[in-house]
Ligand binder design. Structure first.
Ligand SMILES: Nc1nc2c(ncn2[C@@H]2O[C@H](COP(=O)(O)OP(=O)(O)O)[C@@H](O)[C@H]2O)c(=O)[nH]1
Ligand SMILES: [Mg+2]
Length: 335
């Protein structure tokens, strides 16, 4: 039960990180980047230290801490219910066993959504459609993703589909110029679906490996935005019935429960296949990731932990849980 970081996934072809961040070489371990999220759970250590036995008061204080850390009611209830079960069965018998149990429950909650986004070379181009409200970090994430795929030796093209704001087109174009990545754009106010259709056409003709499309985060109304995104998906399918191969929602962890609400809304409108959670470096509200995993069960592809290209990490459940609740492994105590 407590040796969760030694678990390996099988069958996915994806190597998960099983080393603890502190054991990795180099500076900037994820633990440092997630200091604020970790701080929201750090009171758990004090609670356990001062508890002489497991009682109702202790359980309720743990529950309050999880809720305060933006885990949401659903995920918190699940964790607490399972903790109670463990206590009833005698598996969790003393205070020192509580946090390892909570940690294992956190891991069980998010392990199912650890599904790496693999670019399928048979899909040429592999199309990633990014969606999300303004300011969450969509364009930044696109730049980071483009960098990542270029470093892997793949050719990348970007589509400036956020035509609602002139600055958005310019931001993507500037990034493309700096990095030698072609950007398909039209003047602001152009039809998003038309821009992305052109880009897909052009990417095909040029044999591009990965096409990443930006979109607007706000139109005149919410309904208008969702209609527009549905239209983008429809016109893509005229060129490639399988496209987009990934419809990725970007949410800002710092918005807490709003990020969960956005995930719900976008998922209803456009069938999300993945989520990237940004700005985990600057917020104590990273617990929302557990709420999203619990309620929506959509793969979490990447996490953003800063503003540079290197600050986009594939989501790794074990590393993440250890970074936000660093309880020492106690494998030898497990049954
Ligand atoms: N600290 C931090 N800032 C980020 C992260 N991702 C994006 N940002 C910043 O968030 C702001 C909005 O990003 P942008 O990509 O323009 O958002 P968009 O409107 O969704 O396209 C910018 O200042 C970015 O530098 C992240 O992971 N961490
Ligand atoms: Mg943008």
């Amino acid at each position: 039960m407590f040796s969760i970081f030694r678990r390996k996934k099988s069958g996915t072809g994806v190597e998960t990180t099983t080393v603890r961040p502190s054991e990795k070489s180099g500076v900037d371990p994820l633990e440092a980047r997630l200091a604020r999220t970790r701080s929201s759970l750090s009171s758990l250590f004090g609670l356990i230290k001062s508890a002489s036995q497991i009682d109702e008061e202790l359980i309720e204080e743990i529950e309050t801490t999880l809720l305060t850390a933006d885990m949401g009611v659903g995920a918190t209830t699940r964790i607490i219910d399972r903790l109670r079960e463990g206590i009833a069965k005698g598996v969790v018998a003393e205070p020192s066993q509580v946090l390892p149990a909570v940690q294992a429950e956190l891991y069980d909650l998010i392990e199912p959504v650890e599904q790496f986004l693999a670019v399928d070379p048979a899909k040429k181009p592999f199309v990633i459609l990014t969606v999300g409200v303004n300011g969450v970090g969509k364009t930044t994430t696109i730049g980071k993703l483009a960098r990542r795929y270029m470093d892997e030796g793949l050719s990348v093209m970007l589509a400036a589909g956020d035509t609602f704001r002139a600055a958005a087109v310019e931001q993507l174009q500037a990034w493309g110029e700096r990095n030698g990545v072609p950007v398909v754009a039209q003047k602001s106010g152009a039809d998003t679906a038309a821009v992305i259709y052109d880009a897909l056409h052009s990417a095909r003709a040029r044999g591009i490996d990965v096409l990443i499309a930006d979109t607007a985060g706000r139109l005149h109304t919410q309904g208008h935005l969702m209609d527009e995104l549905a239209k983008v998906r429809r016109v893509m399918k005229k060129i490639d019935p399988d496209a987009p191969h990934e419809t990725m929602l970007v949410v800002d962890a710092g918005t807490g429960q709003n990020a969960l609400a956005q995930a719900r809304q976008f998922n209803q409108a456009v069938e999300l296949t993945g989520i990237t959670v940004t700005k985990l470096d600057g917020t104590a509200r990273g617990g929302v990731l557990f709420a999203i995993a619990h309620e929506l069960n959509i793969p979490i592809r990447f996490i953003g932990v800063g503003e540079t290209a290197a600050d986009l990490r594939p989501f790794d459940a074990g590393t993440f849980v250890h970074a936000v609740l660093p309880v020492e492994e106690r494998a030898e105590q497990s049954a």
